[in-house]
Design a protein around this ligand. Structure first.
Ligand code: 2E7
Ligand code: F3S
Length: 419
């Protein structure tokens, strides 16, 4: 059977009465012959959820000979995919049947043979691994609750996984009971927050990435010599709030080149700059150039403060972008480094989307696209990449192309309390 042979196959209704607008998306089609896997099930389930249908996943029985007719509650197709035939099937109740048909049709229009161009490196960086392992270690060795201020890293899957294992995430310290253990996130916090924790008698375990701590140290050093410090970064981001907090009266946030003209400083000969660690490398260089043109005495760190992981993920994506008809970046909405990857793709003229997981992929993005670039931000777990590859392989034969890249041999030791 080839992809062109795809045709709806009526199958038997799912067992049990469905809720009014629910659907069962097949993980496996159970027929008279061998069961057929449905790797693209999360894609179909995602489309149904976007249409307001409660989608659950499970095995779906194929019809017995002489069984259900065309207007059965369930539809399924068989197609040629990676490693053999794959199924795509859904059984829907009356209220969801129209959506089931149109969602299935939308995904059928996106089937086909394609290449996946895997950017390398991608996914977790050393600072994220350290932060997650810190919380994991505390969860296993401490008897009381482990509080984490804000998201340990900006990823919904990481946070909900740690939540399931007992971590309690809070927005601010006032919701942490006196004397409790609280973890500060990888993005860093201001000295004021450390002081507040001290006043409250909280036991702080600091999961700030060491590369952010380095920027805090620079901020203190530059401010101590009397400089006005231009912090290049994004307003409202936690890392920026933490770094600004080192010398709030002397730090000025610069978000873009256009901000530079309007900068007013007490002494143009005493100025320096720092950067957020997760900025776009090329754009940041332009801001630094503009600052230097306006303030020739500008001093800064040895290069910039954009970290190795941010730089490497952007370079790796450039390597695949030019061959891709679409780029998928796995990462959460508030993840700065992940968003920079989407913007980089757009700047290179390639359509790109940020997805939390497989369920966010839309069929219209993939229709007619035979090369998909795939990467993941520094806070997105590697298993999500594997899930996307697996799901796309359920739409047709997929060849995964991954360029060899030098390994990132960066490891940070855990905070003492978590060792
Ligand atoms: C800490 C720092 O959690 P993320 O998505 O954070 P960003 O800053 O990109 O929103 O990614 C890991 C990470 C990156 N930078 C953690 Cl300061
Ligand atoms: Fe640190 Fe860079 Fe990761 S600052 S947390 S190594 S993205």
């Amino acid at each position: 059977m080839t992809v062109r042979d795809i045709r709806p196959v009526p199958v038997g209704a799912a067992s049990g009465p469905p809720a009014p607008t629910s659907a069962l998306v097949a993980d496996t089609l159970i027929g008279p012959g061998p069961a057929v896997d449905c790797p693209a099930a999360p894609l179909l389930a995602g489309e149904l959820r976007r249409r307001g249908v409660t989608a659950v996943r499970g095995p779906l029985p194929l019809p017995s000979p002489g069984g259900q007719g065309e207007d059965s509650a369930a539809l399924a197709v068989l197609l040629r995919a990676t490693g053999g035939p794959a199924g795509l099937g859904v059984a829907a109740d009356t209220g969801a049947r129209h959506h089931a048909r149109t969602a299935l049709a939308a995904w059928l229009a996106a089937t086909g043979e394609r290449r996946i161009l895997l950017a390398s490196p991608r996914s977790f960086c050393a600072g994220v691994e350290r932060a997650i392992e810190t919380v994991e270690s505390l969860l296993t060795r401490e008897s009381g609750p482990i509080y984490v201020r804000r998201q340990i890293v900006h990823n919904t899957h990481v946070v909900s996984d740690l939540q399931t294992r007992g971590a309690v995430f809070v927005d601010e310290l006032d919701t942490v009971p006196d004397g409790a253990t609280v973890v500060f996130s990888a993005h860093g916090v201001s000295p004021e927050l450390h002081a507040e924790a001290d006043r409250r008698g909280l036991r702080v375990v600091d999961a700030t990435c060491p590369l952010v701590t380095k920027v805090h140290i620079e901020a203190r050093r530059f401010a101590a010599r009397g400089d006005t410090v231009f912090l290049i970064g994004h307003a409202g981001h936690e890392e920026v709030e933490g770094t600004m907090g080192e010398a709030p009266a002397q730090t000025v946030l610069v978000e873009r080149v256009e901000d530079v003209d309007g900068l007013v400083v007490p002494d143009p000969h005493r100025v320096s700059y720092l950067t957020q660690t997760t900025l776009a490398v090329d754009e940041t260089a332009e801001v630094i150039d503009a600052l230097r043109a306006r303030f020739p005495a500008l001093r800064g760190p040895a290069s910039d403060d954009i970290c190795y992981a941010t730089t490497n993920r952007q370079e790796a994506l450039k390597d695949v972008a030019d061959e891709a008809g679409l780029i998928l970046v796995i990462g959460s909405d508030n993840s700065s480094n992940s968003r920079r990857l989407v913007e980089l793709s757009h700047r290179r003229g390639v359509p790109a989307h940020l997805i939390d997981d497989t369920g966010d992929i839309r069929p219209e993005w993939l229709a007619g696209v035979d090369s998909v670039g795939l990467t993941a931000g520094a806070s997105a777990p590697p298993y999500l990449v594997a899930e996307v590859v697996h799901a796309l392989g359920g739409l047709g034969p997929v060849t995964v192309v991954e360029r060899a890249a030098p390994p990132e041999n960066v490891r940070f030791t855990l905070p003492t309390a978590a060792r």
